[in-house]
Design a protein around this ligand. Structure first.
Ligand code: NAI
Length: 260
């Protein structure tokens, strides 16, 4: 069977993705922070659970160390909203996926895939790609934080920049074949009905969060996003790499059309 590593498996999109992948026959290794409470019936289905705090560089290193391969799919899903300090946002949402993808390289199967959960928020920040690239290029987390420490804009827009950066990173991984044989793609949800949505209400305002859902008729469910992740991670997507798949009920198309 295939082995999948899912970060942030304890809640929301990660929990649905983990159980969908188990249902599809995968051995799933769930990663979440120490103390994160996962549904007991889900934990029982996992091949293993790894406790790691992905807001510090030791987190991805510990995961890569403890995973037993070969790994066919890495789902970089763990994330926090901008209600958290900007260092934590840049760590969990940008630097941890960047590092985990590379640190797991020796354990990837011949035809492996990484799917990282980005966001609609990342798509609106094309003009900040220079900042994303600079953060992605930082050698250490300290270097990345030093870059951001001088830039109030990066601190303020940390979530959007982190999400854009993972899209840029997937493009780069696909184009440069940084990890041989690895397909790299992202999914970009609009609003999704998960516990994190409360944090987005706080960070962005209720009108922004409800505006998108009012147009679309509803928020996404975690199943909507998990299905897209599972597809991009499957052999059915064997010829898809370097793609960002919006999963937003068409809201991104509306925004694009309005900008014309
Ligand atoms: P959630 O809060 O339900 O789940 C996030 C999971 O990540 C939790 O289990 C949490 O413990 C874990 N996590 C957070 N910090 C961690 C850390 N330091 N170390 C290890 N694990 C950590 O949220 P949701 O909505 O399922 O989010 C999943 C992904 O989807 C995130 O990357 C988020 O940015 C993204 N997303 C969510 C949207 C939404 O509206 N809910 C919209 C667009 C993107």
């Amino acid at each position: 069977g295939r082995t999948a590593v899912v970060t942030g498996f304890a809640s929301g999109i990660g929990a649905r993705t983990a159980s969908l992948l188990v249902g599809l026959g995968a051995r799933v290794i769930g990663v979440d922070r120490p103390g994160a409470v996962a549904p007991a019936e889900l934990t029982a289905l996992l091949a293993a659970r790894i406790d790691a705090d992905l807001s510090a560089p030791a987190g991805p290193a510990a995961v890569a160390e403890r995973v037993d391969g070969p790994v066919h799919l890495l789902v970089n899903n763990a994330g926090v909203a901008a209600t958290r300090p900007w260092r934590e946002v840049l760590g969990v949402d940008l630097l941890a996926p960047r590092d985990l993808t590379r640190l797991l390289a020796p354990k990837f199967a011949d035809a492996a895939a990484v799917v990282t959960v980005a966001s609609q928020a990342g798509l609106r920040w094309r003009e900040t790609a220079a900042r994303s690239r600079a953060l992605l290029a930082a050698e250490t987390w300290g270097d990345a934080f030093a870059l951001a420490a001088d830039e109030p804009d990066i601190q303020r827009d940390c979530y959007a920049i982190a999400k854009e950066a993972v899209i840029v990173d997937a493009l780069t991984l696909a184009a440069e074949r940084t990890v041989p044989g690895l397909r790299a793609n992202t999914v970009s949800p609009g609003t999704v009905q998960t516990p994190l949505l409360a944090d987005f209400r706080t960070a962005m305002g209720n009108e922004v969060v409800e505006g998108a859902a009012a147009w679309a008729g509803r928020h996404a469910t975690p199943d909507d996003i998990a299905a897209a992740i599972a597809f991009l991670g499957s052999d059915d997507a064997a010829w898809i790499s370097g793609v960002d798949l919006p999963v937003d009920g068409g809201y991104g198309a509306l925004v694009f059309t309005m900008m014309q």
